[in-house]
Write a protein that binds this ligand. Structure first.
Ligand SMILES: N[C@@H](CCC(=O)N[C@@H](CS)C(=O)NCC(=O)O)C(=O)O
Length: 198
């Protein structure tokens, strides 16, 4: 069984969506970020960064932090959504998500949504990064149903971030390929259930 320490955020939702897609047996433990529970002593033992998500696999005691590592661990354990043929393509898009898409869009939440008006420089810089991220995805999805050929952990990693497009001041209508992909994933029962896991 997988214990998932999580919160209703894009990084947390990636994992519950994958667990639902895998039909895995799992339990969620809410780490309430608004109450600073990520800094509690017990959680600090599991998460060296004091961030969610973290999983513990009760079958073997393995603890994994960092959402990208968790997605890879689960995809390999259940042998799904990371096929050998497309392994390196999926990996590149997954790493792009954790290294660039997430951090840049996360900054947009700060500068464009929560703290608008504090720094014109930060807002303009962030807006440029946001447009870059969306243009990369729009181009990649131009002739593809999913980020790589088949539905994979790359899609699952990126979708919960695009779900916050309003906070990035992005209208998906301006990115028709992303919109088509986003809408298609939105109606998957596992995406709906995983999104609402906590
Ligand atoms: N690189 C990490 C980022 C995790 C992360 O930023 N988690 C956020 C929620 S989405 C968090 O726990 N924030 C609490 C804090 O920063 O104190 C990953 O991909 O797992």
């Amino acid at each position: 069984m997988i214990k998932l320490y999580t919160s209703p955020t894009p990084n947390g939702r990636k994992i519950s969506i994958l667990l639902e897609e895998l039909n895995a047996e799992y339990e969620t433990i809410l780490v309430d970020l608004s109450k600073k529970e990520q800094f509690k002593k017990e959680f600090s033992k599991l998460s060296p960064t004091n961030k969610i998500p973290v999983i513990v696999d009760t079958e073997n005691g393995q603890r994994i932090f960092e959402s990208g590592a968790i997605l890879i661990y689960l995809a390999q354990k259940y042998n799904k959504f990371l096929d050998n043929e497309n392994y390196w393509e999926i990996m590149q898009w997954l790493i792009l998500q954790v290294a660039y898409v997430g951090p840049m869009l996360g900054q947009a939440h700060q500068y464009l949504f929560y703290h608008r008006g504090k720094s014109k420089f930060a807002e303009e810089k962030t807006k440029g990064y946001v447009e870059h991220v969306y243009s990369i995805l729009e181009k990649q999805l131009m002739d593809k149903e999913y980020i790589v050929n088949d539905y994979s952990i790359a899609d699952i990693a990126i979708w919960p971030w695009v779900d916050r497009c309003e906070r990035h001041e992005i209208k998906l209508e301006d990115y028709p390929n992303i919109k088509r992909w986003y809408d298609k994933m939105s109606i998957r029962p596992a995406v709906i259930k995983g999104y609402n896991a906590v």
